[in-house]
Ligand binder design. Structure first.
Ligand code: LLP
Length: 421
């Protein structure tokens, strides 16, 4: 469910015609719908509440770190899951209270840990023994014990794309399942550490609830073991990962996911922390682009868009599918012809869709890539010296540019030439 629909033959974001935004902002740009963000957050939190869970949702900023987007969630009560000092600063700038921020990631530097400890965030999810020792030193030097969870790797196959699966023992994430107890014992002996829970995240874009259930059962076993050993385990951070429909996927509804948590972990009296990213923002964003040329190749037709792989890299990186639609609603009986939709970047990987069946689209027409709110702008770059793609947030009948397109002067000003040149 989202709020991008054709109204009187024109695609609108809530009550704003997408073409109107394009006329003012230029293309390409990302466009987010507040109503869709709010709806996704509400559906998710309601499902958790209806399952009777005491849960804190910490939005995974990596999916969409725009401060306006994060503030939208913060105002609804969301916390934040951050993986860098930059994301932590964004969460703070967005007004997320420090006691709702968790810090994840395999390679937190000393500077990042120091910043997080100084801010007094809710919890750090520690992913290795060297990190545990580094953190203990930093916290102890300030005379405090930092609340932590160890991120354990439950060795469960999430059944998702190889590049975004994280919970198998050959992945770099977390502490190997079988060693977890030993590392917990080590943690409790360190002066700057307070063990409060267990963290676990097995992958992203899961379309089946079963791998979650398996991972949660392993977490349950670990809670029992640790409690028997005197640990006060009171928080379980179950990560993110619930998938969304891009094409024909049918991921479990949040209610089914909440029930899996309830069934496996609901009786342990723990606070449940969740780190959804994609689920909250994916369908709430579109990438809007203008077709520059239609080129008849030797064997196929190319729609050459002004958006490229640097603006939305998911198709190039994961062969991800994004539905493509024209902004002017096509006639119901319009013919559909196979075309390749590509960007202007100088590599063949800059292809959004191959042989996609689309209605007639001509040069100058606006098109949109749907379901681009998660890991779209977040992963954009300036490859080919293309300005970072701007972002627009719509609410009802208004819109605001929430990240401006940098000028070429802004971009060039970042480089400097040494004296010897
Ligand atoms: N928590 C942790 C520790 C994570 O590593 C991730 C995602 C999340 C939460 C949020 O997962 P989500 O709910 O969004 O599935 N760039 C890829 C996705 C990478 C996900 C990385 N970790 C893509 O475009 O599909």
């Amino acid at each position: 469910m989202n709020h991008f629909d054709y109204v009187n033959g024109q695609l609108q974001a809530e009550q704003v015609p997408v073409a109107e935004i394009a006329a003012q902002v230029g293309t390409p740009f990302y466009c987010y719908s507040t109503a869709t963000l709010v709806r996704h957050y509400t559906v998710f939190t309601q499902a958790l509440a209806e399952a009777g869970l005491d849960a804190q949702v910490c939005f995974a900023l990596k999916a969409n770190p725009n401060v306006a987007v994060v503030r939208t969630f913060a105002q609804l009560g969301a916390g934040a899951d951050v993986v860098s000092e930059g994301e932590l600063r964004r969460a703070l700038a967005a007004g997320v209270p420090v006691d709702r921020i968790v810090f994840s990631g395999v390679g937190k530097t000393e500077a990042e840990l120091t910043f997080a400890v100084a801010k007094g965030i809710m919890q750090i999810n520690v992913e290795s023994e060297p990190e545990l020792e580094a953190l203990s030193k930093i916290a102890a030097a300030r005379g405090i014990r930092m609340p932590i969870a160890l991120r354990v790797n439950p060795d469960v196959d999430a059944g998702t794309h190889a590049k975004i699966t994280t919970g198998k023992k050959e992945n770099k994430f977390g502490i190997e399942w079988t060693r977890a107890h030993e590392v917990y014992n080590k943690a409790r002996a360190l002066p700057g550490i307070e063990v409060v829970g267990i963290a676990c995240h097995i992958g992203s874009q899961l379309t089946d609830v079963e791998p979650f259930r398996q991972a949660f059962l392993r977490v349950r076993d670990l809670v029992a073991m640790l409690r028997a050993d005197g640990f006060d385990i009171r928080r379980l951070d179950l990560g993110g990962g619930l998938g969304i429909p891009y094409e024909s996927e049918e991921p479990p509804h949040p209610a089914v996911y909440a029930k899996a948590i309830k069934d496996t972990l609901g009786d342990l009296g723990c606070k449940i922390v969740l780190e959804p990213g994609r689920l909250l923002v994916g369908n709430a964003g579109i990438l809007v682009s203008r077709v520059v040329y239609v080129k008849e190749g030797a064997t196929r037709t190319f729609l050459i868009a002004d958006a490229a792989m640097n603006d939305l890299m998911r198709p190039a990186l994961y062969e991800a599918h994004h539905t493509i639609e024209p902004v002017i609603e096509p006639a119901k009986d319009a013919p559909r012809l196979p075309v390749d939709v590509v960007g202007p970047v100088c590599e063949t990987g800059d292809t959004f869709a191959k042989q996609r069946s689309l209605p007639p689209i001509k040069a100058g027409d606006l098109i949109v890539f749907r379901t681009a709110g998660a890991y779209g702008a977040a992963m954009s770059s300036t490859y080919n010296t293309r300005p970072l793609v701007p972002e627009v947030l719509v609410k009802d009948d208004s819109f605001a540019v929430v990240r401006a397109r940098p000028s070429f002067d802004d971009m060039l000003a970042l480089d400097s030439v040494p004296d010897w040149l």
